[in-house]
Design a protein around this ligand. Sequence first.
Ligand code: ADP
Ligand code: MG
Length: 315
Amino acid sequence: MSEFDLINQFFRSMPQQRNDVVLGIGDDCAILQVPEGKQLVVSTDTLVSGVHFPAQTAARDIGYKSLAVNLSDLAAMGADPAWVTLCLTLPENDPVWLEGFVKGFSELLVEHKLQLVGGDTTHGPLSISVHVSGFVQPEKVMRRDRAQPGDLVYVTGTIGDAGLGLEMLKKNSSEKNTCVIKLNRPEPRNYFALALKEFCHCAIDVSDGLLADLQHICDESHCGAELLASDIPLSNELKEYYGGEVDVNKVLTAGDDYELCFTVNEKYNQRVLEISKETGLQTSCIGKITEGSHVVCLDEHNAVIETSVMGYEHF
Ligand code: ADP
Ligand code: MG
């Protein structure tokens, strides 16, 4: 199969579900219509085999995850998802692998009404770069630099599951349980984010670890944060695995959860509960923003928990 047959068979045939795509796959560039009064929000994330996912991960999960992590960035800004481009570097032209990849990728594409509008296909070690764009109303956007001392800090879902999933896979590569599923198929929080951005101005998605990502908010907003370890939401699976002796350090620094961490003035406490109920997504208040400059996490005796690493870093 030639490069062009491959593009036609697998990528040009993906669902065409937007009328703001003036010209999609097939030309040198795509032509896209941004709605009047909206701002364009763009983000790119690359997944490298052996770094961002174990090499033995199923093609379908890789396809799913490569779009999920990008959608999660749009969620963190409160943006409405619109368009995607896909740059694939493939070690071989394997139609079975591609079919699986496209299936996983399409699941989220259809669910979030995105359209694939272009990309690039090259030969080399497996790597996937996805570029997403979406829209925001200028005044309704969530940014890392908008936290205020006194704000409450929240997270969606539970923390540490994906990190534990990876640990489990390293011990037994055929392991399949909710933590491994959370690692391979994170659910980006876009629906929740679209409701949240109506009153929340500051959010980040937890990709490198809760401490590291909340520290990004603190750096950009010139503030600190104080968390209570006992308020960090943990799944039953994780608690069972640790058998009552939860390794808080691991939970705080584990990556790949793709939950949202956000800060709101406490007067919005009730609205957070409302959208949590409406979307069926657990949210937990885990602490507050302070005048300081660092994230600290306190144990049940109000002592600061010492952490050696904040989260995942490539270099
Ligand atoms: P060019 O050489 O002009 O960059 P290509 O031959 O690389 O064009 O691609 C032809 C068309 O197919 C372009 O519209 C490009 O956006 C699209 N395309 C190539 N690879 C992919 C891919 N992996 N996913 C989606 N579209 C792709
Ligand atoms: Mg090209």
